[in-house]
Write a protein that binds this ligand. Structure first.
Ligand code: CA
Length: 451
């Protein structure tokens, strides 16, 4: 009798798993910083070993046309965390590190994905790079995150984090500020990427019994190029010194992701955890010798190399592994995660993305193939739209260029002259979108200082 009951219970469990996840999933969003689109194994990279990221890709859906909403760090994060084009609320340029400035940061009237998931009972944590305002009012703990560990600015030293103790001036320099646990400075001994992996794993272990949302935002492999020997050894076959250091940092990122994935597995959470992975923008190839090949351009540009990134969605209980070719966006993370969690879009807010799950399952009533995705930087200095396989892009004062990405993924053959009707139709959509945006709330970093 006892055996029979146990058997029945096991059967009931497995039926529940096969049909529908037993409970709402945990949600983990992993963001790399300035990772080249060609610099992980699952994107074809040969010289940097990334076994853990490749395993994640293999467990889920690789979105081969995955985009972020900006080719630089902070605006992409603002769009990701709000589910809205960041130009709708003026978060269009990277912010300076200004701890005394209440204006420069993710506007406080914007609802974050952490706010939305908290509302449906999720325990929320952010680990890593914030870069959404340095004033205390913008702190992650006040933007929906129950727990925080990391660096508030746009980047950081990877070693020797405690210089602020002997040199007080360092405590105010963006790349030297103390690392924080919630709002308390901490002394940290580990290589920063290792520390972020450790904290992410500890967060999972601490909250394994509740639905959780973890936003794990690495600053790697963003400059400064600094890596310990254990990772440099893995990249020693690379002759170019800059790329070798960059590659070593990617190895560190891969290990940290591996640590997190192993912790999910240890607690039997892999099946019902929805994991996203992507880079916040393309690789700055001219700075770090990262690679976006065969895409054109790099970080900062609206050519594909600036905004098209490695992009994985894994949720083994629900999504079959494979590839998805229609364009998807980091703006889709918010609606996807909130729908999976049984939550709702914030009241009165129109999210700009879609719930990807029905699309990735092949069960959606509508197609994403003809959805338009838009980009604008510098208040309109550069602007672009992709719809279907066509992309219209205008960089600075140059005339708008038109590319057919299905035949010309490297944006080499400008069709603006020969397919003027398509260019005009896309321009019209771009103008209509542009008319819904506001001016940037602060100037770009390279703008001349105000007199
Ligand atoms: Ca970045």
């Amino acid at each position: 009798m006892r055996t029979t009951l146990v058997t029945l219970a096991v059967l009931a469990c497995s039926v529940a798993t096969a049909a529908e996840p037993a409970k709402t999933p945990n949600v983990v969003v992993i963001v790399a910083d300035d990772l080249g689109s060609a610099d992980v194994g699952f994107q074809g990279c040969k010289d940097i070993p990334t076994p853990h990221l490749d395993a994640l890709a293999k467990s889920g859906v690789v979105c081969t046309s995955g985009y972020v909403s900006c080719p630089v760090c902070s605006p992409t994060r603002a769009g990701l965390l709000t589910g809205r084009y960041q130009q709708r609320f003026g978060h269009e340029n990277n912010p300076r590190f200004l701890p005394d400035d209440k204006e420069v940061g993710l506007p406080l009237d914007q609802v974050t994905i952490a706010d939305a998931l908290k509302k449906v009972g999720y325990l929320t944590g952010a680990v890593g790079k914030w870069h959404l305002g340095a004033h205390p009012s913008f702190h992650p703990n006040r933007r929906g995150f129950d727990e925080y560990f990391g660096l508030l600015g746009g980047g950081h030293q990877y070693f020797d984090h405690n210089q602020f103790k002997t040199d007080p001036a360092k405590a105010k320099q963006e790349y030297f500020i103390p690392l924080l646990r919630n709002d308390k400075p901490v002394e940290e001994k580990e290589y920063l990427t290792d520390a972020l992996g450790r904290e992410a794993a500890a967060f999972v272990t601490a909250h394994k019994k509740e639905p959780f949302f973890l936003y794990l935002a690495f600053n790697a492999p963003h400059t400064p190029l600094q890596a310990p020997d254990k990772y440099l050894d893995r990249a020693k076959a690379i002759d170019d010194e800059k790329r070798r250091k960059y590659a070593a940092m990617v190895c560190g990122l891969d290990d940290a992701v591996g640590k997190l994935l192993a912790t999910l597995k240890e607690h039997q959470l892999t099946e019902n955890t929805l994991v996203f992975f992507f880079s916040d923008n393309g690789g700055p190839a001219s700075v770090t010798n990262s690679r976006n090949t065969p895409l054109r351009g790099e970080k900062g540009q609206l050519y594909e190399g600036g905004v098209r990134v490695p992009f994985v969605v894994s949720w083994p209980a629900v999504l079959k592994p494979g590839q998805f070719a229609d364009a998807v966006s980091s703006l889709d993370v918010f609606p996807t995660a909130v729908a999976a969690a049984g939550g709702e879009a914030p009241k009165g807010v129109t999210l700009d993305g879609v719930n990807l799950v029905p699309h990735l399952k092949g069960e959606a009533k509508t197609s994403l193939a003809d959805r338009a995705l838009f980009w604008r930087t510098g208040g309109g200095t550069n602007i672009s739209v992709r719809k279907g396989s066509y992309k219209l892009v205008r960089m600075g004062k140059k005339p708008a260029e038109l590319y057919d990405l299905s035949a010309d993924g490297s944006e080499k053959t400008d069709l603006a002259g020969t397919k003027a009707d398509i260019a005009a139709a896309l321009q019209k959509e771009l103008d209509a979108w542009n008319a819904t945006l506001v001016n940037p709330k602060w100037a770009p970093l390279n703008a001349p200082p105000k007199k």
